[in-house]
Design a protein around this ligand. Structure first.
Ligand code: GDP
Ligand code: GDP
Length: 439
């Protein structure tokens, strides 16, 4: 199920980051939990009532500027707008309607996106309301007064935003597995897609994602249909390295959001890097199936230890996802591309595998017998039972007497036992701990 994307745009200093943090709130902290991953605070997973969406912050739009930094911020905002389902256009009541706001409004109108006009810094509702009406002049719809600082008006505004979500997005899509090809610029993403298209010559269609940044390609392999989501499609000229990185991260988020399985390409010539880990973290947080494809395997000098050495490096750097499948490929020569599809099949199956409750509990009982659950101050953790509640990724609820006694390390132990018994290669597993009184 893919989630809608909401982008926050506006001039610098209107309060976008403040608003972002306010909405994202504690969610950010959860995202940060992924070990080994440093987070860029440019996107967050948000729930509002029964809606889940991805919130994207943008640097800010300063129309018509010659300053390189501001220009690149604008490009980034344009990209976020392209990817977004709904745009929150933030303006500042204390500064009033500025020329730059009109320019941003023009830009948004041209993008034909659903827009919610957010008038921020309305710290005193009664006094400032007349100023809010000024923003009707932007011709972009009703202004929604809020104060990010005082957390006022946020609820009504978010109701407005979520009401605009496309209905089909929040429902289950077609049956074909969706595969996101992600990785740093120049790692070989386009080459891989081209190879896949060239090799099997069964191009069904080549549809540009209508509103999204990523390009969807339908590929049929041995009679099975897949949708590949390619993040390489759109490329912008940009000189600032940090900004290039932000682009590729935003693009990755939007592709991963729509995928079941993620193929993270790593450059064999460079080895695994910090940016690769960041990208991997995005897939991990969203619970996607995971394949790591070390590309350009043709281009490096190899000996008997190369595979082992690379594997170790990847396992160390991506220690938070020991479940990831690792492959060594060449998009150029086509080496081991059939293996890539074998791995995809495995991961797709495991990602939606269901285990019957009876079988899960046999494993649980065995595990508990082999290693006693932890205790604290004389009180011991009791695990009553466990059941799988959902797939993509497989998610288990564990019923216990006292949540606080459930150590991270014991959850990890149970996960290992489940994996030993059922495999689940290539997919993360989720464990939700619930308390239940003994009956
Ligand atoms: P951005 O550049 O659009 O991301 O703006 P920031 O979030 O960095 O905010 C710019 C300034 O506006 C900061 O000093 C904030 O504290 C302030 N600010 C943000 N929201 C509000 C608000 O609702 N009321 C008031 N009075 N100030 C705010
Ligand atoms: P993208 O930015 O990730 O889409 O990367 P591209 O597909 O544009 O590839 C970047 C460069 O790496 C191009 O010059 C490709 O020819 C080269 N390249 C891609 N895959 C391979 C590979 O498997 N082996 C070698 N030797 N070069 C590759």
């Amino acid at each position: 199920m893919s989630k809608p994307i909401v982008a926050i745009v506006g001039r610098p200093n209107v309060g976008k980051s403040t608003l972002f943090n306010m909405i994202a709130g504690e969610r950010i902290a959860i995202v940060k939990d992924t070990p080994g991953v440093t987070r860029d605070r440019i996107y967050a997973e948000v729930s509002w009532l029964n809606h889940n969406f991805t919130l994207m912050d943008t640097g800010g739009i300063e129309p018509e500027t010659s300053n390189q930094m501001l220009r690149s911020m604008r490009e980034q905002a344009e990209m976020a707008i392209e990817m977004a389902d709904v745009v929150m256009f933030v303006v500042d009541v204390q500064q009033g309607v500025l020329d730059a706001d009109y320019k941003v409004a023009d830009m948004l109108r041209k993008a034909h996106k659903d827009i919610v006009l957010v008038v921020n810094k309305v710290d005193n509702y009664d006094k400032m309301l007349p100023d809010v009406y000024e923003f009707y002049n932007l011709g972009i719809g009703d202004p929604h007064p809020i104060s990010s600082l005082n957390k006022m008006g946020l609820g009504d505004m978010l109701d407005e935003v979520t009401a605009l979500f496309p209905k089909d997005l929040e429902e289950e899509e077609d049956e074909r597995p969706r595969i996101a090809i992600v990785g740093k610029p120049n790692v070989g993403k386009s080459s891989l897609i081209n190879k896949l298209l060239g090799e099997n010559r069964v191009i069904v269609s080549d549809v540009a994602g209508t509103t999204r940044d990523a390009i969807d390609t339908d590929i049929c392999w041995e009679g099975k249909d897949y949708v590949f989501i390619d993040t390489a499609g759109l490329r912008r000229k940009n000189k600032i390295k940090e900004e290039i990185e932000r682009y590729s991260i935003l693009r990755t988020v939007s592709a991963v959001e729509r995928a079941d399985v993620v193929v993270l390409m790593i450059d064999a010539e460079e080895g695994i890097t910090e940016q690769d880990a960041k990208i991997a973290g995005i897939a991990h947080d969203r619970g996607r199936g995971m394949i790591i494809a070390v590309n350009k395997w043709d281009a490096i000098e190899k000996d008997n230890h190369s595979v082992k050495k690379f594997t170790n490096e990847i396992r160390n750097t991506l220690s938070f996802m020991p479940y990831a499948e690792i492959l060594f490929i060449s998009a150029k020569t086509g080496q081991r591309i059939p293996k890539l599809f074998d791995a995809l099949e495995t991961v797709i199956q495991n990602h939606s595998m269901r285990i019957a409750t009876g079988v899960v509990n046999e494993i649980l009982m065995e595990a508990v017998a082999m290693q006693q659950p932890p205790s604290d101050k004389g009180r011991r953790l009791k695990i009553y039972y466990m059941t799988q509640v959902s797939v993509k990724p497989p998610t288990f609820v564990v019923f216990v007497n006292d949540k606080r006694l459930m150590h991270f390390s014991y959850t990890r132990y149970l996960e290992n036992k489940i994996r030993e018994a059922f495999g689940f290669a290539g997919t993360p597993l989720r464990f939700l701990i619930r308390e239940r009184s003994k009956k």
